[in-house]
Design a protein around this ligand. Sequence first.
Ligand code: AMP
Length: 474
Amino acid sequence: MTTQTDQTTFNDLGLSQPVRQALDLKGYSNPTPIQAQSIPHLLEGRDLLGIAQTGTGKTAAFMLPSIDNLREADNRTPFKSCRMLVLAPTRELAGQIADSAKDYGAMAGLKVQSIVGGTSVNKDRNKLHRGTDILVATPGRLLDLIDQKAFNLGSVEILVLDEADQMLDLGFIHALRRIVPMLPDDRQTLLFSATMPGSIKELSKNYLTDPVHVSVTPAATTAERIEQYLLMVQQDEKQALLQMILQGRYDTPGELERVLVFARTKHGCDRIVKKLAQANIEANAIHGNKSQPQRQRALNDFKSAKVPVLVATDVAARGIDIPGVSHVINYELPNVPEQYVHRIGRTARAGKDGIAIAFCAEDERSYLKDINKSTDAEFERLPLPENFRAVVEGVGPTKPAPKQQRGRVQAKPRAGAPKRKHPSRAGKPNRGQGGSGEGGGQGRPGGGGGRNRRRRSGGGNGGGGGGGNRNRQG
Ligand code: AMP
């Protein structure tokens, strides 16, 4: 959901020629709002508290001016230490930030390394022996190396705490309490968080000095380019519903390209993937019990759309930047409302629109209420497929979906697809009736298939459970 600013250019922000050249190579023409608001202050060496979700371009917002500041200071790459330390909550996010840093710093001659848990600590020790200019790390692995006296923080000029709210949620506060006092006092400190709970305010009070405050969305407001839908469905019906969606037997809003499914637990993810496999739907799971190579493979398969269905826990999916996640499906609602914001923020990235579909069972209503209350989320409620219960039980009459409704997850976006249309369908038949029975419509996502259209806002539902439609436009 990077929205570029119309007026400001990268030239106006005071960035150096090498950095601007790297941006040209990346094809960025204008800064995003968080970049326009942060970069001038950061170039002056100010501390910063940034409230921004992933997808807003915040990585470049902190990386670009930092690269220039490091070049300007021109200090030597320190032995067994670094000049800029970026702490991130997850391995995937750390890898992504390091990749961006390499791209943005391509012309600046700065050395970038990343270290994360789940990989060989010996390799990390070796690669950091000669030090690095920029280090992107998860807190645990950094402390491992510090404890082994293989690394120290005495030369850090810039500290970035990225996705700080998530770091606290994951219990990294203890690690931060150990790490930050090891840093020089005269460093520049940047703290980014998608939400602003009291704990983040506290953290910023302790770690930042007279920070500039930059916020690109009000705290915990859900991303504007994301259409949010709700399906009230019993817990034991969720798997069937998911399968119908992925097989195109239930006509969901939007074009299914890559679908990120969230479950609350690792076990839950594995169970969903296993059942999808039984229905011939290929999917990968990504969670903390998977090895780093497995996680990377799942991500690569998803990015290349080889396996366009990824089932993830909150932790594992945090910070994943994959342009082209068309749908986020909340198979289970998160019990922490802010997680909902993080989850749906995986779609609508890089200027695209996105669709979030929440499955809510009876016993999750209180979570839904919390999400509504604290995130401004506005859901359009969708009806369950016609005859759904019968289909779930495998005894229902099967009514084949019209051909064009048999869409499956498509590997390629439909060229020229209208982006945000909600054509009025008053008087037209319900599109949620794609139940073609358990035996029908099976196939592996990624094949061709029909096209799904965006759902209108408004009534006319033939299936059960409709009503209460409030579609967020914008
Ligand atoms: P982030 O919020 O840092 O994860 O960035 C989200 C996505 O936006 C990434 O794919 C970036 O490569 C992309 N991006 C960042 N800044 C810009 C920009 N100024 N113009 C276009 N795309 C950008």
